[in-house]
Design a protein around this ligand. Structure first.
Ligand SMILES: Nc1nc2c(ncn2[C@@H]2O[C@H](COP(=O)(O)OP(=O)(O)O)[C@@H](O)[C@H]2O)c(=O)[nH]1
Ligand SMILES: [Mg+2]
Ligand SMILES: [Zn+2]
Length: 366
């Protein structure tokens, strides 16, 4: 108290008086039990004449403020590089620390934290804890598999999201690309499509044509983790940025990362006989530092990729190729209505019919 100026001292005193008043009113509001008749030892002992010295309240206010101030001054900002069930790996300057999640944080961790998040951390009693998450610049999210109402953030604060696909082994799933492209635009990152295992096909194999609808929507790079084809072109897109590799399991995300930085030696799946599909090897996301400001997040494969709380009217905003094509009806769903401008444009080949189909298909699911 002595170190404070008169004004601050008065403020603390006023708060202490208020707190004391409140405590007293709570005490007197308690029923005064007849102790002799009550054998329950846990019953509150009545305070007939409560004496609560004001100094105690002043002391409590002051010490509490010191604790809060210490927590705040000790708070540092780190980046989440991996999430585990009850802890979180965070890079703090040159250090790598493990933050222990509180039970509440652990319960909601997949909605609360994501690899790439900037978190305010503090150390108390030798344990690092996450205090809060800073607002995200970009993100990629989907509905939580347990509840559509809850958002699951896959990665945060990434510049580029590379959708890794294969046209062979496993075969192409264009629906997943469509959904990823929508979610990436919504989350604010830049999309790149990497067609891996291109070594398995002839360069002019017509299976590559399956990717034609996406031309102009995102750069499409043919790569091969095995033959190293296209790796330089891919590297150029990622240099000095933070990116994430997403896509089905077995498409070669981890293999591509290994090809870009061989000393990572990430586990990769072996193709299970007959299915042409990789086994689930990467079980959680991890951010890897490739040096010179290049960071890549490897993510586990997803079976399905849903769109988190996307409104029907919002969908068209994520079909940039429909922009500038007008439909004169205000409440048109642009699907079956006669004289719809967008439908006419699709029929005339002005917009890709496959993408128009995609639009209709996704609209039905919203
Ligand atoms: N032929 C061929 N096989 C690849 C290529 N990239 C990865 N694979 C194989 O595909 C399987 C799955 O790879 P993995 O990196 O674990 O896929 P992830 O689940 O997407 O991380 C492994 O057996 C890899 O050896 C490639 O460019 N060409
Ligand atoms: Mg993997
Ligand atoms: Zn229309």
């Amino acid at each position: 108290m002595a170190a404070m100026d008169g004004n601050e001292r008065k403020k603390v005193r006023d708060r202490a008086i208020k707190a004391r008043k409140l405590a007293l009113s709570r005490l007197t509001a308690q029923p005064v039990l007849d102790v002799e008749d009550d054998e329950d030892e846990e019953a509150p002992i009545p305070l007939r004449k409560p004496t609560l010295p004001l100094e105690d309240f002043i002391f409590r206010i002051l010490t509490e403020e010191v604790v809060v101030a210490e927590t705040l001054t000790q708070t540092q900002v780190g980046t989440v590089i991996a999430l585990h069930r009850k802890r979180c790996e965070v890079v703090l300057g040159a250090e790598r620390i493990d933050c222990i999640l509180t039970p509440e944080q652990a319960k909601w961790q997949q909605s609360q934290f994501a690899v790439g998040d900037l978190v305010n951390v503090h150390k108390s009693e030798e344990i690092w804890r996450i205090h809060s998450v800073q607002p995200r610049k970009t993100k990629l999210s989907r509905p939580d598999p347990g509840s559509d109402e809850r958002e699951r953030v896959i990665v945060a604060n990434v510049d580029v999201i590379v959708v890794v696909v294969c046209v062979k082994a496993p075969p192409l799933h264009p629906r997943v690309i469509d959904r990823y492209l929508i979610a990436i635009q919504r989350g604010g990152a830049e999309a790149v499509i990497a067609v891996n295992k291109s070594d398995l096909l002839d360069p002019d194999d017509e299976e590559f044509d399956l990717l034609d609808p996406y031309r102009g929507l995102a750069p499409i790079i043919r790569v091969s983790a095995s033959s190293k084809l296209g790796l330089n072109e891919l590297r150029e897109k990622l240099e000095g940025k933070r990116s994430a590799f997403v896509g089905h399991s077995g498409v070669g995300k981890s293999s591509l990362l290994n090809a870009l930085k061989p000393d990572l030696r990430l586990d990769t799946g072996s193709l299970s006989e007959g299915y042409g599909r990789g086994t689930h090897t990467t079980t959680s996301s991890h951010l890897w530092d490739l040096g010179d400001g290049t960071e890549i997040i490897d993510t586990p494969g997803v079976r399905a990729f849903g769109l988190f709380k996307l409104a029907k009217e919002e969908l068209i905003d994520y079909f940039p190729e429909f922009e500038g094509i007008s439909c004169r009806f205000r409440d048109c769903s642009h699907t079956v209505e006669p004289a719809c401008g967008i439908r006419a444009a699709a029929e005339a080949g002005q917009i890709n019919p496959a993408r128009f189909d995609t639009y209709k298909r996704i609209l039905e699911t919203l």
